[in-house]
Ligand binder design. Structure first.
Ligand SMILES: [Zn+2]
Length: 361
């Protein structure tokens, strides 16, 4: 019953902040989100980023100029993902020897931060708010990456130029879209790509939840300080500030919980799954680093900046921990590829942003 009470609190929060009235599944048919995307969608890979330059720039500028409305069907789909993933996290925590006595519910919310926000609900448990923008960003980036890198199928489905624009659109939507805007959806994947993207997306989202569960398990929220940030997409929001050393600890607990999911795999499976897991976990922090950097360059406020250690420090600390805990020799290779690819793409993204700055609609 308590989790249902947390769900009711989540619904209340969405209503109070005028995000949506409810996430009632009965009124939001599954699968409508992509088809109903306001900017249409790409149907084939050759269409991606191949419209006239002006059309593409206007689409970027439009997100910045006109605040989009939150779409209930979209948020409902994201909530369904969280509902499917959260029990796995709690199950893995139990398998790792941590009993989660406090009821926890992960709820989708436009928080504007790549970190989950724990909202204690007295007498009921902890509501973990996961940014709608984060879920969209990670999904888009994974899709673009697997289609742009030759590792996942040759020839790649996207050229480097196409990938640059697609990535610029995804990051633009994250930075300027208030957790309401998705980049124009890419075509469906085929071959080995959908399984890889699906797996890494699941792992990346689980890491965000597991980090917050880590705070609950380690008792960090007892005696935490309240941190209010007025600059989220929906105005002032409260989070719990626990200090940087405890943030590192929550990262390590989350990694430990996640690695338990590999227990019992045969060596050949482990060779495939461990690099994916490590890559997905670090992807969240790589993206954190990239969007923080771009936000700073563009003079945008990053909500709750400073509540966690800088992403670079978290990456360093977690890489050391993962290198120590990993069971396969190439466990960190995929993460290194992801980091290199993102870094290589940044120049292109900056250039699209600069051009979009000059557009007058
Ligand atoms: Zn934290």
């Amino acid at each position: 019953m308590t989790v249902e009470e947390l769900r009711a609190r989540h619904g209340e929060l969405l209503r109070d902040r005028r995000v949506v009235d409810h996430l009632d599944p009965a009124r939001a048919p599954a699968g409508r989100a992509a088809g109903g995307h306001p900017a249409g969608r790409y149907h084939t890979w050759t269409q991606v980023a191949c419209e006239p330059v002006r059309t593409r720039l206007v689409r970027l500028a439009d997100v910045r100029d006109r605040p989009a409305a939150y779409r209930r069907d979209h948020l409902h789909d994201l909530q369904r993902t969280l509902d499917a993933l959260q029990p796995e996290v709690l199950h893995l925590a139990r398998a790792a020897g941590w009993a989660v006595a406090t009821p926890v519910l992960a709820g989708v919310f436009p928080t504007g931060t790549l970190d989950g926000l724990s909202v204690p609900v007295p007498g009921r448990g902890v509501l973990v708010l996961v940014n709608s923008g984060l879920l969209d960003l990670v999904a888009a980036v994974l899709k673009i990456m697997t289609c742009a890198l030759p590792n996942y199928g040759t020839p790649p489905l996207l050229t480097s130029e196409q990938a640059s624009y697609a990535l610029a659109e995804a990051v633009n939507a994250y930075l300027y879209g208030n957790g309401a805007v998705e980049a124009r959806p890419l075509p469906e994947l085929s071959g080995q790509r959908p399984a890889l993207v699906g797996l890494m997306l699941r792992r990346a989202t689980q890491f965000v939840i597991a980090h917050e569960v880590g705070h609950v398990l380690a008792g960090h929220l007892v005696g935490a300080r309240r941190w209010t940030d007025p600059h989220t997409p929906v105005g002032a929001l409260d989070a719990q500030s626990v200090g940087w050393s405890r943030e590192h600890e929550a990262d390590r607990i989350a990694a430990m919980i996640m690695l338990r999911s590999l227990d019992g795999l045969a060596p050949r499976e482990l060779d495939v799954h461990e690099p994916c897991l490590v890559g997905a976990v670090l992807l969240v922090l790589f993206l954190h680093e990239v969007v923080d950097r771009l936000a700073e360059e563009r003079g945008l406020v990053v909500p709750f900046a400073g509540s966690h250690p800088p992403p670079v420090r978290r990456i360093q600390s977690l890489v050391e921990h993962l290198a120590d805990q990993a069971r396969t020799p190439r466990a960190l290779d995929l993460a290194a590829d992801v980091a290199t690819w993102l870094e290589d793409q940044l120049g292109g993204v900056r250039e699209w942003f600069r051009l979009a700055d000059e557009v007058r609609i």
